[in-house]
Design a protein around this ligand. Structure first.
Ligand code: GLY
Length: 274
């Protein structure tokens, strides 16, 4: 479970950035979710991945969009953050830099599951299909992690295969800092899941933090931001939040959202929130 992997990093004195990267890597390798292995296929039958990571101490971030044949795009996003002056890389330039960094590419088949191939075949010729409808009924979404470490540093990371039957080159909220991911040591760390176009339009991650700035509790801030997204752009999704005091917030307006969290006690609470 991603939460336990991240918790182990924190319990051994590791930084929040390492914890969120380790947690998301675990979830990218788990075929249950729409990230890394298990991702949705685009309209061409290809897997194109988006990911990002943000360091709340320095407000530094790294992101990659529409990249192919990477099992762990979150680690590559971190390399972009730490080894370049840029924030977001896409396309052939991203692949060139990945090769330069010695990043291991995998065959597309290593990211493919029978479940997603089956869904792609089913949706391929469907008339009137809209990706948003998937998020109102499909529990296997984007993965993300937020963490607070013993120095008071916050971090967030998110990774996704995007939406089913998306156009080639479509980029969702996940690599858009302020939409799918945000971390600021003074406010909180947020990671989002759901229909990316709606999440970008409302700037969901940063919107959660705006509610916190306005005095809402962690729980209420996430709920208000997700409800506002639904009200204003008819968006579906959810978000997780941790504050500098270790308060946790999670909320979604989709039928389900799998989650797990822990605190100093080391007890992990997990479930599929309905
Ligand atoms: N939230 C994932 C996406 O829309 O790409």
């Amino acid at each position: 479970m991603g939460c336990r992997v991240g918790l182990e990093v924190l319990q051994s004195g590791g930084p929040a950035l390492d914890a969120v990267e380790a947690a998301v890597r675990q979830l990218e390798a788990d075929p249950t979710f729409d990230a890394g292995c298990g991702s949705f296929l685009n309209e061409d039958g290809e897997v194109e991945l988006d990911a990002s990571i943000m360091d709340g101490a320095k407000l530094k971030a790294g992101a990659v969009a529409a990249v192919r044949r990477l099992l762990h795009p979150v680690t590559f996003a971190r390399k972009i953050m730490e080894k370049t002056d840029h924030l977001l890389l896409v396309g052939t330039g991203a692949e060139k830099f990945a090769r330069k960094m010695g990043t291991k590419f995998c065959p597309t088949t290593a990211l493919l599951t029978g479940r997603e191939l089956g869904l792609w075949k089913k949706l391929r010729k469907k008339k009137g299909f809209h990706a948003k409808t998937v998020f109102s009924g499909h529990p296997k979404g984007t993965v993300g992690a937020v963490a607070l470490d013993s120095w008071g540093n916050l971090a967030a990371a998110t990774s996704t295969g995007g939406t089913p039957r998306k156009m080639a080159g479509r980029v969702g909220d996940t690599p858009v800092i302020g939409a799918g991911t945000y971390a600021d040591n003074t406010l909180g760390a947020v990671s989002c899941t759901g229909w990316g176009e709606g999440i970008i339009r409302i700037g969901l991650a940063r919107r959660v933090l705006s509610y916190l700035e306005g005095g809402a509790s962690a729980r209420v801030a996430v709920k208000r931001a997700v409800e506002e997204m639904r009200r204003r752009v008819d968006g579906y999704g959810g978000a997780i939040l941790v504050t500098p005091k270790g308060q946790i917030g999670l909320y979604h307006n989709t039928p389900r959202m799998a989650f797990a969290y822990s605190d100093k006690t080391g007890d992990v609470k997990a479930g599929i929130k309905i």
